[in-house]
Write a protein that binds this ligand. Structure first.
Ligand code: HMG
Ligand code: MG
Length: 297
C-alpha cells in the first residue's frame, strides 16, 4: 500500500541555486524561501556553509539564516566540515545536513577528502551535534552511480548509511547525484534502507538528468518511502558532478502525488509564484511539465 501522506523537502534554495554561476541577490533568495513556505513547504534546505571559494553562490549563508528561520519549518543548512559547523553554531539554526559520497573519487572532487577521511571527521561532529540537540541529516551522494567511477555497489551504499545511522543521525537523504538510477534500482535500495533502518527518516533525492525522477519516486512510494527532496522549478545540480542537472521538480512531484490522492500540503499555484520570483535570476529554463503548462508567460 502506498503512503497517504508525503513530506516534500524543498532543496531549491540550496541545491537549486548552488550551481548558478551568476550570483542570485540575497534578497531574492530570502523572498524565494518565504514564498516556498507560503506554498506549504514544511522542511527546506536554506543554504550551505561551505567554502565561498569553492561555491561563491552560497557565500551569503549567514545572512540568509539570519532572516529566514521560523518556527513552522524544519530549516536545514548544509555544512561539510568543522569550520562549517562552527559557522552554523553562531546562528540559531538547529538542523544540519552533512554530506558524503559513497564514491571516493566524487568525494575528493566535492570536499577534497577521501570518503573514509570525511567519515572520520564527521563522526565526532555528529555525536556532538546530537548531544547539543540538533537535528542531523546525512546526505549520501553517488548512491547509485558516480560520474567518475560508474556503477556503485548497493552494498557500499548500505554500509555508508549504516555508519551514519550507528553514529546517530536522524535522517538519511540518499541521492542519485547524476540522475542515472533506474526505477528497479531505486526500489531495490530503498526497500533495504526501510527494512534495515526503521527508526531513521529515509528520504530519496533524485536528480532528473535523464527524466527518470518521477518514475523513481513512484517506485520509492511502492518501497514505502514517504519523504522526497525536490526543487522548485527543477533547478539544481552539484558543481562537482559533471553532467548533473536539476532535482526532480517540486511542482511535478506535488502534481503527481495530488493526482494519486496522496497529501503533500503544497499549494501549486503559490509554488508557481515562488518559481516566477527566482526565474529571472537563474540561467536555465524552467523545464518542468507543470510549470510550462501553467505559468502565465
Ligand atoms: P579545502 O580547500 O580542502 O579546505 O576545501 P581547507 O580546509 O583547505 O580550506 C580552504 C579555505 O576555505 C580556507 O580559507 C578555509 O578557511 C576556508 P583561507 O584560509 O584560504 O582563506 N573554508 C571555509 N570557509 C567557509 N566555510 C567552510 C569552510 N571550510 C574551509 N565550511 C571544503 C574543503 C570542504 C571546504 C570544500 O571542498 C567545500 O566547501 N566543498 C563544498 C562543495 C559543495 O558545496 N558541494 C555541493 C553540495 S553537496 C551536493 O550538492 C550533493 C547533494 O545535493 C546530494 C546529491 O545530489 O548527491 C547534497
Ligand atoms: Mg543534489
Amino acid at each position: 500500500t502506498l503512503p497517504k501522506k508525503v513530506t516534500i523537502i524543498e532543496v531549491g534554495p540550496r541545491d537549486g541555486l548552488q550551481n548558478e554561476k551568476q550570483f542570485v541577490p540575497t534578497e531574492i533568495k530570502k523572498q524565494f524561501i518565504h514564498e516556498l513556505r507560503n506554498a506549504g513547504i514544511k522542511e527546506m534546505e536554506l543554504t550551505s556553509f561551505v567554502s565561498p571559494k569553492w561555491v561563491p553562490q552560497m557565500g551569503d549563508a549567514a545572512d540568509i539564516v539570519l532572516d529566514c528561520l521560523d518556527e513552522q519549518t524544519r530549516n536545514i543548512v548544509l555544512a561539510p566540515n568543522r569550520k562549517g559547523i562552527d559557522r552554523v553554531y553562531s546562528t540559531s539554526c538547529k538542523a544540519i545536513a552533512v554530506f558524503v559520497g559513497v564514491s571516493n573519487s566524487f568525494n575528493k572532487k566535492n570536499i577534497n577528502k577521501s570518503t573514509s577521511d570525511s567519515m572520520a571527521e564527521l563522526k565526532p561532529i555528529i555525536q556532538e551535534l546530537k548531544e547539543k540537540g540538533y537535528f542531523v541529516r546525512a546526505c549520501i551522494s553517488t548512491a547509485f552511480y558516480c560520474p567518475y567511477e560508474g556503477k556503485i555497489n548497493e552494498s557500499d551504499t548500505l554500509q555508508l548509511c549504516r555508519e551514519f545511522v550507528n553514529t546517530g543521525v536522524d535522517e538519511l537523504s540518499v541521492a542519485d547525484t547524476i540522475g542515472m538510477a533506474a526505477p528497479n534500482e531505486a526500489y531495490s535500495l530503498f526497500v533495504k534502507l526501510k527494512e534495515e533502518f526503521p527508526m531513521t527518516l529515509i528520504t530519496a533525492h533524485f536528480h532528473d538528468t535523464r527524466k527518470l525522477g518521477l518514475a523513481n519516486i513512484f517506485s520509492c512510494l511502492q518501497a514505502g518511502i514517504d519523504r522526497f527532496d525536490t526543487s522548485a522549478g527543477g533547478l539544481g545540480g552539484c558543481p562537482f558532478a559533471p553532467g548533473a542537472s536539476g532535482n526532480t521538480a517540486t511542482e511535478d512531484v506535488a502534481y503527481m502525488l495530488e493526482r494519486m490522492g496522496i497529501e503533500t500540503g503544497i499549494d501549486l499555484s503559490k509554488l508557481l509564484d515562488a518559481i516566477e520570483l527566482v526565474r529571472p535570476h537563474v540561467s536555465r529554463q524552467i523545464e518542468s511539465g507543470y510549470y510550462r503548462l501553467h505559468a502565465q508567460n
